[in-house]
Design a protein around this ligand. Structure first.
Ligand code: SF4
Ligand code: SF4
Length: 388
């Protein structure tokens, strides 16, 4: 977003307050600056030089989870999250609290394999310290091999199409078994699967910290690689990556990618309707909507349909809302994050479903950290179980 567009966006706000309805941070802290309207008012005052950058101001602007729950509620269609990104980009130079987080993130995303090796080497010795210092939200499982290697192409027995996977950092480094599950499902359906050489972070963590320039570099690299693949679709198990590729890249680098789809949308018309699978090992499940899938991509029906088709009993939980992860949000605003997590876990406990299904690796890690009685699975695990 250019500065002129940013000014135009901020001036669209008519202060109606509709954006507060589902705002998780406002729900936890009923003060105006913890809502979208309050944050936008602060950013406007900053732009008009009525206030100066300060730790308190930074704190309010960086406390937005960027969940998107406010986006579709705004009558003049103000692009609230883009305004937040722009504000953070401006404030980053005055923001000492996240200085080291920026340094570490910038380094580890620019040199991901080096960062991965260091993290793997230090994980046992350093985890308690990093947890205490709030530099990781919970003990992260760093496995011996990431999913991506060099260019990988998997051939099905009988090819009906070709699909590229955008693995994203969490699947690649922390949860590669989910990526393998996705590859097996796509092969089973007859898709040739490509994991191209050179994929980098989608850029979302960098943008969230105000590092717009670095995020745009990542976006350009990914765009260059994925636009040349000649595939029927680019799919990912991470809704945040999909939002980056599909929604943010056109705004950041004027670079749209064709046929970018979250996995539930991609598979929703490919597994057959009304054919419950009798052999599923998932008996009863409830479902957690990842914010970026639900709000930014508008995908709510498809995962539920896939769950019902799997043969598992589906029990809808009361209400909906953020699990409190939000990437770095869970590190910086631990109390709010924990409260949000507890609310969702309580809602899923009431359903009495045996397992919790979600469609986002970040939500999966967060919900797992708060759920003692129920296991949390990614929807691709349920799909694989149902079709094999
Ligand atoms: S993006 Fe989410 S946390 Fe941020 S203002 Fe909107 S609803 Fe609130
Ligand atoms: S809903 Fe839109 S117009 Fe209304 S207060 Fe929020 S940002 Fe402003």
């Amino acid at each position: 977003m250019q500065t002129s567009e940013y000014i135009a966006e901020l001036s669209k706000c008519v202060r109606c307050g509709s954006c507060k309805a589902f705002c998780p941070t406002y729900d936890e802290d009923l003060t105006e600056p913890m809502s979208a309207r309050g944050r936008l008012t602060l950013l406007r005052a900053l732009l008009n030089r009525q206030i100066e950058p300060s730790p308190a101001l930074n704190d309010r602007v960086f406390s937005c989870i960027l969940c998107g729950a406010c986006e579709n509620l705004c009558p003049p269609r103000l692009d609230i999250t883009e305004a937040m990104y722009h504000g953070r980009n401006f404030l980053k130079d005055f923001d000492r609290r996240r200085k080291y987080l920026r340094l570490i993130t910038r380094f580890s995303l620019k040199k991901p394999m080096l960062g991965y090796r260091v993290a793997k080497m230090l994980q046992h010795a350093a985890s308690p310290y990093l947890l205490k210092k709030g530099l990781i939200p919970f003990r992260l499982p760093i496995l011996s091999h990431p999913l991506r290697d060099d260019q990988q192409v998997y051939k099905p027995e009988k090819k009906i199409g070709r699909v590229a996977i955008f693995t994203g950092c969490s699947i690649n480094f922390l949860l590669p078994h989910l990526g393998l599950s996705l590859i097996r499902v796509l092969l089973r359906l007859g898709y040739e699967v490509v994991l191209p050489r050179g994929e980098v972070c989608c850029g979302a963590p960098l943008r969230g910290l105000g590092l717009e320039k670095e995020a745009s570099e990542m976006a350009r690299k990914n765009h260059r690689i994925f636009s040349k693949l000649n595939t029927d679709a680019i799919v990912s198990l991470c809704p945040t990556c999909i939002v980056s590729l599909k929604v943010h890249y056109p705004k950041m680098i004027n670079g749209a990618l064709a046929d970018v789809l979250d996995i539930s949308s991609f598979l929703s018309d490919k597994l057959g309707y009304g054919q419950p699978h009798p052999l599923s090992s998932f008996t009863s499940v409830t479902y957690h909507d990842p914010c970026h899938l639900r709000y930014s991509l508008g995908v709510r029906h498809q995962p539920r349909q896939l769950i019902r088709q799997s043969g598992a009993e589906f029990i809808e939980a009361e209400g909906e809302g953020c699990c409190g992860f939000g990437g770095f949000f869970s590190l910086q605003y631990r109390e709010i994050s924990r409260n949000l997590l507890k609310k969702r876990i309580d809602a899923y406990t009431v359903t009495d479903a045996r397992d919790i299904i979600t469609a986002c690796p970040g939500c999966m890690l967060q919900l797992s950290s708060g759920s003692k009685e129920r296991q949390v699975f990614h929807i691709i695990e349920l799909i694989e179980d149902a079709i094999y």
